[in-house]
Design a protein around this ligand. Structure first.
Ligand code: NAP
Length: 282
């Protein structure tokens, strides 16, 4: 990956940190997008030390806040001449309903609109760097998801798993829709399930989500294992031409039938453009 510039969101912890470390070890220039200066700088230092690669950079940005995303994307476009790989990874689950600084339900704002807007803001750079790759970290949990029109933001009734499953289904739909729009551009788009990973993911949860965390204990894998498929999609030559697929381990895998619902995906796309004020060029 020498000479390649890879941008990873949520790169200071969990799967994102291990992805950043793996890419740094492969010789890539790594751009970590993190929301907290102290946590970000500590991870940056550690990744530089462990990889022996000093081309590990930090850009600050809150992926749930659209102004912050715009500033981060602008900083990246100014500082780096190209983007070969974008890994959309930052995400979370929230036990009680919260809103982003833009007043959007936080799971939807971070896990879906964060991917949608950040990719859009970096797309010209990605296209100009083609062949380039976008890798979206989704989840097998998308199988349980539904896009809850007309209450996608759960104003009437909030339950964390519903919001999370919706957002991960949205990641798969976004991947398929974008791959179709980018056909022939030299930019590929794929998504994945990383496994069930013992990261900080459930750390700030309570109640039902805690129970889920406990129930999953026997099948937990390490964040390093979770980063395996991300690294594969970001760097393996054999997937360079593959686009619009969902991966589990290093294989394409079936998605839920709903993930292929074109009508629902198009409606989600329109709503996402409305909520971000960002319009992808046709
Ligand atoms: N863990 C699993 O079993 C599992 C399974 C399937 C899919 N996934 C997906 O994998 C991805 C990574 O999860 P993980 O398990 O690695 O979780 P994690 O350990 O909690 O790491 C999440 C990363 O995202 C960052 N982040 C959270 N909110 C952010 C914001 N508003 N702006 C910028 N960065 C933000 C976190 O930064 P801070 O340190 O500042 O919070 C952290 O670096 C998520 O998309 C998740 O849905 C996870």
């Amino acid at each position: 990956m020498k000479g390649k510039i890879c941008v990873i969101t949520g790169a200071n912890a969990g799967i994102g940190r291990e992805t950043a470390l793996g890419l740094a070890r492969l010789g890539a220039t790594v751009v970590m997008v993190c929301r907290d200066a102290v946590r970000g700088a500590a991870a940056q230092e550690e990744i530089r030390r462990l990889s022996g690669n000093d081309q590990v950079h930090l850009v600050l940005g809150d992926l749930s806040w659209q102004d912050s995303m715009r500033r981060a994307a602008q900083a990246i476009c100014q500082r780096f001449e190209r983007i070969d790989v974008l890994v959309n990874n930052a995400g979370g689950i929230f036990s009680r309903r919260q809103e982003s600084p833009d007043g959007i339900e936080l799971t939807f704002a971070l896990n879906h609109l964060g991917y949608f807007l950040f990719t859009g803001l970096l797309l010209d750079k990605l296209k100009g760097s083609a062949p380039a790759r976008v890798v979206n970290v989704s989840s097998i949990a998308h199988w349980l998801g539904w896009i809850h029109f007309p209450d996608m933001q759960f104003r009437r009734f909030y339950f964390a798993p519903l919001a999370y499953h919706q957002s991960k289904l949205a990641n798969v739909m976004f991947t398929f829709s974008l791959a179709q729009r980018l056909a022939g551009s030299g930019v590929t788009v794929n998504c994945l399930h990383p496994g069930v990973i013992n990261s900080n993911f459930f750390k700030k949860t309570s109640g039902f989500e805690r129970l889920v965390k406990w129930a999953l204990t026997p099948i937990y894998q390490t964040p390093e294992q979770g980063a395996g498929v991300v690294l594969y999609l970001a760097s393996a030559p054999e997937v360079a031409a593959i686009s619009g697929q969902y991966f589990v381990n290093q294989n394409t895998a079936p998605t839920s039938p709903l993930a292929k619902n074109r009508q629902m995906a198009e409606r989600l796309w329109q709503e996402s453009e409305k909520l971000t004020g960002f319009h992808y060029a046709e």
